[in-house]
Design a protein around this ligand. Structure first.
Ligand code: ADP
Ligand code: MG
Length: 180
């Protein structure tokens, strides 16, 4: 896959389009929003955390800033594990230094070519709370935002360049799908 293939931008869900069965007020959608219909760029199954990290390395080679990427999947699906691979491949952090931003919400890892922001919105419930994080201020020509639980917010669904969905299909098996 050419690097450019990961650079394409999808339209996402139009702001006017409701998602049946979801709470949908003031830009907030709930966590059961189905993955948006984009072009699947890559799909694979990994069989260990190490394989997911290795896929993060591969992915990093195909990514260039600026990007806003949603990481989707249940708790324990492997979103943070994938970020370990991406951050280490960009020389932005050692794998073991990438931890879940559950409490601090935003972790910044600077590499020579990119500023990576790993963001966890699990505890953020309203667009107003989201605004206090000022994520727009983090977006720049050299930044890649990797956002867990970003699909709760319509604005992020709209603005995302890519989404990566991880599904736990077995004890150590994860299906990973990258789409535009
Ligand atoms: P999330 O950020 O989605 O909540 P984490 O990456 O923090 O998930 O945790 C995933 C857990 O699952 C880790 O303990 C990891 O070692 C384990 N694991 C087992 N198999 C895999 C796999 N194939 N890919 C990613 N993680 C895996
Ligand atoms: Mg996580």
């Amino acid at each position: 896959m050419a690097a450019a293939a990961l650079g394409c931008r999808a339209s996402g869900i139009p702001a006017s389009q409701g998602i049946p069965g979801n709470r949908d007020h003031a830009g907030y959608t709930n966590q059961v929003t189905p993955p948006t219909q984009g072009t699947v760029l890559r799909e694979l199954t990994t069989h260990s955390a190490e394989e997911t990290i290795a896929f993060g390395h591969t992915l990093a080679g195909l990514l260039s800033p600026p990007k806003l990427i949603l990481l989707r999947g249940d708790l324990g699906a492997g979103k943070t594990t994938l970020v370990k691979g991406i951050a280490s491949a960009f020389d932005a952090a050692a794998e073991e230094d990438v931890t879940s931003p559950t409490f601090t919400l935003v972790h910044e890892y600077r590499g020579p070519r990119v500023k990576l922001y790993h963001i966890d919105l699990y505890r953020i419930d309203t667009p107003r709370e989201l605004d206090t994080l000022a994520l727009d201020d983090l977006r720049s020509e050299e930044s890649i935002l990797l956002i867990e639980w970003g699909e709760k917010f319509r604005r992020l669904l709209r603005d995302r360049d890519l989404e990566i969905v991880l599904d736990r299909t077995g004890e150590s098996d994860r299906n990973i799908r990258v789409s535009s």
